[in-house]
Write a protein that binds this ligand. Sequence first.
Ligand SMILES: [Zn+2]
Ligand SMILES: [Zn+2]
Length: 419
Amino acid sequence: MIQTVRGVHDILPVETPLWQLLEARALAIFGQYGFAEIRTPLFEKTELFARAVGAATDIVEKEMYTFADRGGDSLSLRPEGTASVVRTFVQQSMHRQLPWKVWYRGPMFRYERPQKGRQRQFHQIGCELFGPAGPLADAELMAMVMRYLTDLGLQASLVLEINSLGCPDCRAPYRDLLIATLRTLVAHLCEDCQNRIERNPLRVLDCKRENCRATLANAPSMLDHLCAGCANHFSSLKTHLNHLGIPYRVNPFMVRGLDYYNRTAFEVTSTGLGAQNAVAAGGRYDGLVAQMGGTSTPAIGFAMGMERLVLLLNRETTLPSSTDVFLATLGERGENAGLLLAEAIRKEGLAVELNLSGGSLKSQMKRADRSKARFALMLGDTEIEKNVVIVKDMTLGQQQEIRWSEAPVFLANLCRVGP
Ligand SMILES: [Zn+2]
Ligand SMILES: [Zn+2]
């Protein structure tokens, strides 16, 4: 028996309704904010990710699925969505038509140790907004994420966290100050943190280990060292969020590992998932387009992990049944008439499960129950003689005979009224 690759999962028919719900709400809500969907390739030149994500990052060094194609080019499955979107932006000269607002959905690939909510093929929904440099765009994007998640019914467990990472001007002196402080604390830090002090000191602030967190509680904060421009940006963002009535928490320990991130960083965390708690993460990356060879253009974006959203939704959502009518048939005449009646009812817009495999009325009614259909119909010789069908309301348990020429419209009217 051949099984799926480790860390890779089927999304089974019982689960796809939740995935479809996530995608349908993204289409509807991001559309309200002027975002259109973009579909980029699943694989790109390896060089794209080395330049956009960073050659020295864990993602590029250790986690990418990289291979040579038959022509000898080095290609990689995409480990995230932003690099491809930025490539498109540059390739299509979109700086001439700002603002450019796009969203994407789909699988990403990373060779990581699989655990609950983290897989080697995982799925993201993300948005990228190119053009506006001011905090208004940041606030609107956060409003959109929160609207999306709230609309899914998840608001109870969500917290919006924000931070500012400064700009190249104010971050460089802050970085020096941070390195100097970390050197004095080195004995109290974990091995990962020790290795990061010189290479990527900001990431040390992000360490999740209790000991490191305690050691770093009084480390200097970027927020106390922002230049005037960055400080204004951050305080305007907070004002906008206050006006919108969106609660948030300032988290000075939230950082991004990559240099092109600047100013606003944000995450939406959920208390519903234990330790791995970010459901959305985003931030401003004003430097990336220029770094990728395009005309320097400010940008901000975010991505959400669909697996985590599905886990949360599973806990908090009950989906309506996808079957309106189960049609039970007895005997050959019943089956033949049922085939036509099912078509007629579907023409009225209802979902019909027609019995396709014979069986007693009792066994068919058990399947009708399992299908969670609102109505079960029964059609046998007796009903055909009388030109009727028995309609049973599965919620109320009542049944009645309906002329079968009238049954499709009769059922459609009841289903439109709702249960
Ligand atoms: Zn600055
Ligand atoms: Zn640490």
